[in-house]
Design a binder for this molecule. Sequence first.
Ligand code: 5GP
Ligand code: MG
Length: 172
Amino acid sequence: MSAGKIVFTQDRIRRRTEEIAREIAGAIPGGDLHVIVTLKGALFFAVDLIRALGREATLGFITASSYGGGTESSGEVDLRTEDIGEVAGRHVLIVEDIIDTGRTLKIAVAAIQSLGPASVRTAALIDKPSRREVEIDAEFTGFRVDDIFLVGYGLDCDQEYRTLPDIRSLGP
Ligand code: 5GP
Ligand code: MG
């Protein structure tokens, strides 16, 4: 397979990210903000979103893997939290790339809640509502898509295509 046609251009991603940053700025109260990035897919979105937020924040990282390789979720999520940072008593913003079945985000939110944050909010660049298997949504969503597999702007297929500047469908 190879990266197919562009679904979201760099420019469209940038404009939408700036809009989301404004929504977040209006919704998250002042005080300590801790941004938790889900690696590796959300890396590009997180950097652009954090810069657009223009607000002091500390950073943490979690690594979630559910794809053994290929384009179908294995259904089991392996969550690594050793770099999650200081969560207790702070406003947390989780930055996720895609919500698909919802399992990753649900497990990530539960792990963060167990550490006693002041609040937890989630921003996802892409949502695939038709694929949902567990009940969860992000407060801030960039784009909604149907059941297509996307690569680029951090999103991979078997670790390939992450560095593409725009988001593309994976074509034959
Ligand atoms: P969930 O646990 O919601 O089923 O899976 C979410 C994770 O699966 C996302 O964070 C992402 O890493 C991966 N994923 C879901 N859909 C896609 C997609 O279209 N492209 C890529 N590259 N990853 C996806
Ligand atoms: Mg992810």
